[in-house]
Every structure is written in structure tokens, then in C-alpha cells.
Design a protein around this ligand. Structure first.
Ligand SMILES: *[C@@H]1O[C@H](CO)[C@@H](O)[C@H](O)[C@H]1NC(C)=O
Ligand SMILES: *[C@@H]1O[C@H](CO)[C@@H](O)[C@H](O)[C@H]1NC(C)=O
Ligand SMILES: *[C@@H]1O[C@H](CO)[C@@H](O)[C@H](O)[C@H]1NC(C)=O
Ligand SMILES: *[C@@H]1O[C@H](CO)[C@@H](O)[C@H](O)[C@H]1NC(C)=O
Ligand SMILES: *[C@@H]1O[C@H](CO)[C@@H](O)[C@H](O)[C@H]1NC(C)=O
Ligand SMILES: *[C@@H]1O[C@H](CO)[C@@H](O)[C@H](O)[C@H]1NC(C)=O
Ligand SMILES: *[C@@H]1O[C@H](CO)[C@@H](O)[C@H](O)[C@H]1NC(C)=O
Ligand SMILES: *[C@@H]1O[C@H](CO)[C@@H](O)[C@H](O)[C@H]1NC(C)=O
Ligand SMILES: CC(=O)N[C@H]1CO[C@H](CO)[C@@H](O)[C@@H]1O
Length: 415
């Protein structure tokens, strides 16, 4: 069911540090976070954990909309683990989710000791966290952060790669595991041809898992990009990995973006074919050409081609480590995140493409990617400019809106 919501950035700024409307009932400041994990249950987006500059968050909160179009930020639970760079997987029935791995500040042991993967389950109905059953088996994945974890169409959870948790530890894990939530057992799968971290995993409806972006290692270079001109595909049916070349027909992808991206947010469209890939960084931290992105690249998982549509509306702030969650069949939320200077509370709403009107009747519906837009009223799908071509209500003009997004960021103190 489509939930009718209204969203407008400029009208409802009740908090000094908020760029999205906050309901009067919300009595806490919206969090400023990066490296959180997020998912959608019953049309509500839930966010857990993340990094808040000097410490990790243990908050589980929801982002929903009321009939007046106001965004509600509600804390659900604050008894869980304080963790960032982790992954959450919803369990069947929508009443619980598992968090796997991540950086915890109690993990300061950077020795070679192999710890079992950190894994806890949260139950909404019991409002309670518990240790994941099955961690006492003899073969379990080792602990990790910046890894991928995804539930495939067969209902099993696949975990790949990442790095060993703790500061200064660069060991990249090149492995693949499956967790069966019914039997509560882990199984060690065939060794993948590549170990990825800061990558994105997307479960396709036919049982395949697609990996795009991120970093890997090559020779002694641990920051070797897993360029966007290729992807890895894992077949859950027969435990096989293949490399799939991706065509980068979007010219500026080749020219400006060096086809290198990590810590982007990947969301599969409702048709199960197109992936919306937001933000990220080229990962060359410390070099002259470290870039943060604010665009959407769309990957067609049938033609294996990237397109870079021109998207109308107010552009998001350039950043990486944002959450990405599809709210419903029409809107995707990209929120929070960080770049080299700031951490953000920013939330951006992408209106998914309309079907092209002039398609041949028996052909598959073609999507019009030129209709993609960043919107501020998700009842009407209007962008800020369409609704208020010259005057912006409440005396907030475009540069002021941009200023608010900057004010909202907190400076990262450490280099
Ligand atoms: C968004 O659009 C709806 C439908 O036209 C309207 O009722 C609502 O007032 C708009 N929201 C804002 C904040 O302007
Ligand atoms: C679980 O939540 C998702 C996302 O909103 C929804 O599509 C699905 O129908 C829900 N499933 C159940 C069993 O409620
Ligand atoms: C989602 O809806 C399902 C089915 O109605 C319900 O069992 C579940 O508790 C709901 N989950 C949340 C988090 O609201
Ligand atoms: C793991 O713990 C569970 C629950 O305490 C127990 O039932 C099971 O026998 C244990 N398995 C092993 C291999 O120790
Ligand atoms: C998992 O399997 C790989 C080979 O596929 C092996 O190298 C590794 O030691 C195994 N890990 C564990 C914890 O059993
Ligand atoms: C992908 O791009 C990298 C960097 O430009 C290049 O070295 C590599 O050959 C390309 N691979 C393919 C399959 O085109
Ligand atoms: C695994 O399955 C895929 C899809 O069915 C197939 O294309 C591929 O050849 C299979 N690989 C092996 C090694 O059997
Ligand atoms: C817009 O806001 C900025 C920052 O507050 C201000 O400097 C500028 O004069 C304003 N422009 C207009 C046209 O009101
Ligand atoms: C390695 C590389 O190709 N770097 C380029 C990445 O893109 C920036 C911006 O276009 C260039 O300045 C770099 O030379």
C-alpha cells in the first residue's frame, strides 16, 4: 500500500540542526551519523547504529511520515550494541533483524586472534536484543567490519569479505559464508576469487547476488579499487562466482569519476532490475584527487550498463557512508553520511522513474530515467523549485537551505 506522505524541506525546520521536517512530537535532535545500517519494514525505515564522530551510536530509530506529511523521528530502542560499519538483515515475518559484524569501540585487540563474528538479533515485539543462535558452532565466520551481508531469494543470509575490526588492521577477508535462520547454522562456502570491502551486495530475485564497487587488494596495495567497469556475481544455486563486465556508457562516469567508488548506497528498484547507486567516494583518501559524489548512477542488471541520468531538484550533499532504503514503490531515502570534513543528518528523497508512455504494448515497460528527481513533497512528487519557482516560504532561500545542510554537519576532528 502506498502511504500518502508530504515532505517539504523548508517549511518545518523546528530544530536548529535539521534539514528535514521534524514533527512537533519529536523531542530529540535528529541524529548526525555515518556508517549506519538501515532497512524498511512495513513501509517504515529503521536505522541502527553508526558513527557519531567520537563514538558509535547504539540507537535503533524509525523514520516515518504522518498524514500531514511531517517526518517523524522516533527512538525505538537504546539497549543494543554501539556499532558502525555493520550490516542488518530482516528476518521473515518482519518482526526481527540480525546485525552482523561492525566496529565496536570495545574491540581494541588488534592481535591476530580470530574472534567469531559479532551477531545479535533484535525482536520488535519483545523489544529485546539477544545473541544470535549458532555462534557456538565449530566453524563460524570471523569477526569483520565493512563487509557485505544480504538475504538471498532462497531465504539464506550470505556474508562476504570485509576487514578485521579494530583500528589499523588492514587484513582483508576473502571468504564467503551462509547463515540459515531456520537451522541457525553457518556454512563455509567456496573461496571467492576476490575479497571485497566497502562494497555493495544486492540480492536479485533469481537467486544471484551482485557485488559492485568497493575496494580489494592487489599485490601490496590494500586500497585497490574494485572499479565500476566490473562486478562479481555469486550464484547461490551452485556456489559459484563469476566476473561480469559492466559497460560504462555514461561518459562522465569514465571522465570524471575514475570509475572508482566505495561506500556508496545501492538500492534495488521495485521491478527488481535497476540498481540506484548513490554517493560514495573514490577512496583515494589522503591524495589530491579524493572525490565525494552526490549523484545517482543506475545499473541495468539485464544489459549490465550504467547510466548517469540528469536528475532534477536540489542536489544532495556530496558524501559517502549514507543509508539507502526504498520506502515504497515510488520513493527511496538516502540519508546521513559523511565526507572528509562533515558528518550529516541530511535526508534526500529520490522519486523513482515513471514508465515511458510510448512503449510498444507487448514489450516490457521501459523506464524514463530522465523523470528521476529529488523531491521535497512526496505526496505530489514536486521538487522545491516546481512548487515555489521564485519565493521560498518562511523566508528560507536556496542558499540558506544549502547553508543549513552545512550547519547540520559536524566537523570531523581527526584527520
Ligand atoms: C504537498 O502536497 C499536498 C498535496 O497537494 C499538499 O496538501 C501539501 O500541503 C503539500 N505539502 C506542503 C508542505 O506544501
Ligand atoms: C515486510 O516489510 C516490507 C517492507 O515494507 C513489505 O514489503 C512486506 O510486505 C512486509 N512483509 C510482511 C510479512 O509484513
Ligand atoms: C510488520 O507487520 C507484520 C505483519 O503485520 C508484523 O507481524 C510485524 O510485527 C510488523 N513489524 C514491525 C516492525 O512493525
Ligand atoms: C550451542 O548452544 C545451544 C544453546 O545453548 C545448544 O543447544 C547447542 O547444543 C550448542 N551447540 C554446540 C555445538 O555447542
Ligand atoms: C573456510 O573455507 C576455506 C576454504 O574454502 C578455508 O580456507 C578456511 O580455513 C575455512 N574457514 C573456516 C573457519 O573453517
Ligand atoms: C576497468 O578500469 C580499470 C581502470 O581504468 C582498467 O585498468 C581495467 O582494465 C578496466 N577493466 C575492464 C574490464 O575494462
Ligand atoms: C552455476 O549456475 C549458473 C546459472 O544456473 C550457470 O550459468 C553456471 O554455469 C553454473 N556454474 C557451475 C560451475 O556449474
Ligand atoms: C539568501 O540567503 C542568503 C544567506 O542567508 C543571503 O545572504 C542572501 O542575501 C539571500 N538572498 C535573497 C535573494 O534573499
Ligand atoms: C587516477 C585518475 O584518473 N585520477 C583522476 C580522477 O578524476 C579527477 C577529476 O576528474 C582527476 O583530476 C584525476 O586526475
Amino acid at each position: 500500500m502506498f502511504i500518502v506522505v508530504t515532505f517539504l524541506v523548508a517549511l518545518f525546520i523546528h530544530k536548529s540542526c535539521s534539514i528535514y521536517p521534524t514533527a512537533e512530537s519529536a523531542n530529540t535532535i535528529n541524529p548526525i551519523l555515518h556508517a549506519s545500517t538501515a532497512f524498511t519494514i512495513n513501509g517504515t525505515v529503521y536505522v541502527h547504529g553508526g558513527s557519531m564522530i567520537a563514538s558509535n551510536s547504539n540507537q535503533l530509530f524509525s523514520i516515518s511520515f504522518d498524514e500531514y506529511g511531517l517526518l517523524h523521528y522516533e527512538i525505538i530502542n537504546e539497549q543494543g550494541p554501539a556499532v558502525s560499519y555493520h550490516q542488518a538483515i530482516i528476518l521473515p515475518g518482519n518482526d526481527s533483524f540480525i546485525v552482523f559484524g561492525g566496529l565496536r569501540y570495545d574491540f581494541l585487540d588488534v592481535s591476530d586472534a580470530v574472534e567469531p563474528i559479532f551477531a545479535e538479533v533484535y525482536s520488535f515485539s519483545q523489544n529485546k536484543w539477544s545473541i544470535l543462535p549458532g555462534l557456538n558452532q565449530t566453524a563460524v565466520p570471523s569477526d569483520r567490519q565493512q563487509h557485505c551481508a544480504v538475504m538471498a531469494s532462497n531465504g539464506l543470509i550470505y556474508i562476504h569479505g570485509g576487514v578485521v575490526p579494530g583500528p589499523g588492521n588492514s587484513k582483508i577477508l576473502m571468504d564467503s559464508w551462509v547463515y540459515n535462520p531456520l537451522t541457525q547454522a553457518f556454512t563455509n562456502l567456496s573461496t571467492p576469487p576476490i575479497g571485497l570491502y566497502d562494497s555493495s551486495a544486492i540480492a536479485l530475485s533469481d537467486g544471484r547476488i551482485l557485488y559492485v564497487g568497493g575496494l580489494t587488494s592487489k599485490d601490496s596495495d590494500y586500497n585497490y579499487p574494485f572499479y565500476l567497469n566490473r562486478s562479481m556475481i555469486y550464484y547461490t544455486d551452485n556456489d559459484t562466482w563469476i566476473e561480469q563486465e559492466l559497460k560504462t556508457q555514461a561518459i562522465h562516469v569514465i571522465d570524471h569519476y575514475n570509475i572508482s567508488r566505495k561506500d556508496a548506497s545501492a538500492v534495488l528498484g521495485p521491478e527488481g532490475r535497476y540498481i540506484y547507486y548513490f554517493g560514495g567516494t573514490n577512496g583515494f583518501s589522503g591524495y589530491d584527487f579524493e572525490l565525494y559524489y552526490n549523484d545517482i548512477l543506475v545499473l541495468d542488471t539485464q544489459s549490465w550498463t550504467w547510466v548517469a541520468p540528469d536528475i532534477s531538484g536540489i542536489k544532495p550533499t556530496h558524501r559517502s557512508e549514507s543509508i539507502g532504503a526504498r520506502i515504497n514503490n515510488e520513493y527511496v531515502l538516502f540519508g546521513f553520511g559523511a565526507n572528509s570534513a562533515y558528518v550529516y543528518s541530511e535526508a534526500n528523497f529520490l522519486r523513482l522513474p515513471e514508465v515511458k508512455k510510448d512503449t510498444i504494448s507487448d514489450a516490457e515497460d521501459e523506464l524514463d530515467f530522465e523523470s528521476l528527481k529529488w523531491v521535497y513533497n512526496i505526496t505530489t512528487g514536486k521538487t522545491y523549485y516546481e512548487q515555489y519557482p521564485t519565493v521560498i516560504p518562511s523566508g528560507i532561500n536556496k542558499s540558506a537551505v544549502i547553508a543549513i545542510t552545512v550547519v547540520c554537519g559536524l566537523v570531523i576532528l581527526s584527520g
